[in-house]
Design a protein around this ligand. Structure first.
Ligand SMILES: Cc1cc2nc3c(=O)[nH]c(=O)nc-3n(C[C@H](O)[C@H](O)[C@H](O)COP(=O)(O)OP(=O)(O)OC[C@H]3O[C@@H](n4cnc5c(N)ncnc54)[C@H](O)[C@@H]3O)c2cc1C
Length: 405
């Protein structure tokens, strides 16, 4: 049976390119089918938490624009404070440049790509998988769906369950260059304004990325909130918009249960698998990590070390879903008592250090309950009640909208 490659990957975002890089460098033949022409814009803040750098097996410093040492926090644009870390917490990039860089690394390692090929669906037999595009079909032994939030692969392989839709709006805005320079190491974060949502400002080399996001059922509140964020930046910090380069919304898929991440010869990774952090919306780390895990499982399967792709599902559930489920619990706690947590981060150095260490990948959400010491036993109960309170607050918010800002 002839195939076009051992592994076909749908999508050349961080999940697809990292999977392709890992496979190609181990001598596996890889073909990426990507619907866009690269470099392409992707709606994204492109804030890269420090932990991503440890995960990517090559140097990405040429495409990092800024390194972030400070966060200006506010809650409903009030009670503002600045927290600083000597060590960088995150880096900001531009997704067109960043994704193009990752793809080039995969191609240098030996992967092939066809641009302008949208995968419409997949089917599988005993020996191979077929990816269907408008202009033909492609066959491989295995297929990784890394085709993002609206994944055609996940849907056609029946791997799209337990995903809650999040939504975010994001714009690239031009401001006075001196102002960008003044805030080049600082991120703005407004949280607690509406349940499960927040607003952010990330400095890029010559502009800011500004965005707001949260559960998609609150989408009608996002634009008013975005406008408030702009007002706050202008009156509070002199950040005046000179030009809005783009303002677009995009889904953030959040998986809320341990699930299957493979079906026969098909795997899903990154946004296609719903692997975004429900608390922060961070998805690039989970895309990179799941792409690498997918590649390792495919390689082991092709080497006859695995008899199925089940170890991939197990690895994603054990490593990534455990973390994301804990993030979901923390999100409920935050939604229940946002101002208390806001002030806790302001007043408590340990809480701030824990926050920084999580961003840097030195601690994980799963470590948070242990950090409460003898109060740890109350953690489960607090999370349980928080989910309940958070639900009530969300329903009240849906009826009444903002009352703080
Ligand atoms: C407004 C907003 C802000 C965000 N900010 C951040 C942030 O600051 N930090 C962070 O870590 N995460 C952020 N995220 C999340 C992050 O953008 C995603 O989690 C991340 O891009 C997922 O990577 P991926 O490779 O899985 O998918 P994607 O990056 O979406 O890549 C998928 C690729 O597949 C291609 N494709 C799509 N459909 C098909 C198809 N049918 N056939 C072939 N190719 C296809 C696309 O063109 C794309 O190139 C944000 C998301 C949003 C919406």
């Amino acid at each position: 049976m002839t195939t076009d490659a051992d592994v076909i990957i749908a999508g050349a975002g961080p999940a697809g390119s990292l999977a392709a890089f890992e496979l190609a460098r181990q001598g596996v033949s890889v073909l990426i089918l990507e619907k866009s022409m690269f470099p392409r814009y992707k709606v994204c803040g492109a804030g890269l938490t420090y932990k991503i750098l440890r995960e990517i097996p090559f140097d990405v410093s040429p495409v990092l624009e800024t390194r972030i040492h400070s966060i200006i926090f506010s809650s409903g644009f009030r009670e503002g404070f600045t927290r600083t870390s000597d060590e960088p917490m995150l880096f900001c990039s531009n997704r067109d440049v960043f994704d193009d860089f990752l793809l080039k690394k995969a191609l240098e390692a030996g992967a092939r790509v066809i641009h302008g090929k949208k995968v419409m669906g997949v089917s599988q037999g005993n020996e191979f998988v077929t990816a269907v595009t408008r202009s033909g079909t492609y066959r491989s032994k295995l297929l990784i769906g890394a085709d993002g939030a609206s994944s055609a692969v996940a849907r056609s392989a029946g791997l799209h369950d337990h995903i809650l839709p999040g939504l975010a709006w994001e714009a690239e805005i031009k401001v006075d260059p001196e102002v960008v320079k003044a805030f080049s190491q600082t991120v703005f974060l407004d949280w607690g304004s509406f349940p499960g949502g927040y607003g952010w400002v990330f400095p890029k080399g010559d502009h800011f990325s500004i965005g707001v996001g949260g559960p998609s059922n609150l989408s009608k509140w996002m634009m008013p909130y975005y406008k408030k964020l702009l007002e706050y930046l202008e009156t509070g910090f002199g950040i005046k918009v000179l030009e809005t380069i783009s303002l677009k919304s995009w889904p953030i898929p959040v998986r809320v249960k341990r699930s299957l991440f493979h079906n026969g010869r098909i795997l899903v990774a990154g946004d296609a698998a719903g692997l975004a952090d429900p608390l922060t919306g961070e998805g690039i780390y989970y895309a990179v990590r799941s792409g690498i895990l997918a590649a390792r499982s495919c390689h082991a399967y092709l080497q006859n070390e695995f008899s199925s792709l089940e170890p991939y599902t197990k690895a994603v559930n054990d490593e990534l879903m455990c973390e994301l489920l804990e993030a979901n619990r923390i999100k409920y706690l935050f939604n229940a008592v946002p101002m208390k947590i806001h002030k806790f981060v302001r007043d408590n150095d340990r809480a701030w250090r824990a926050f920084v260490r999580i961003l840097r990948g030195e601690r994980w959400y799963e470590d948070v309950p242990a950090g409460f010491g003898r109060w740890k036993v109350l953690w489960g109960a607090a999370c349980y009640f928080s989910e309940w309170i958070s639900d009530i607050k969300e329903r009240r918010f849906l009826r009444k909208g903002f009352n703080k800002i």
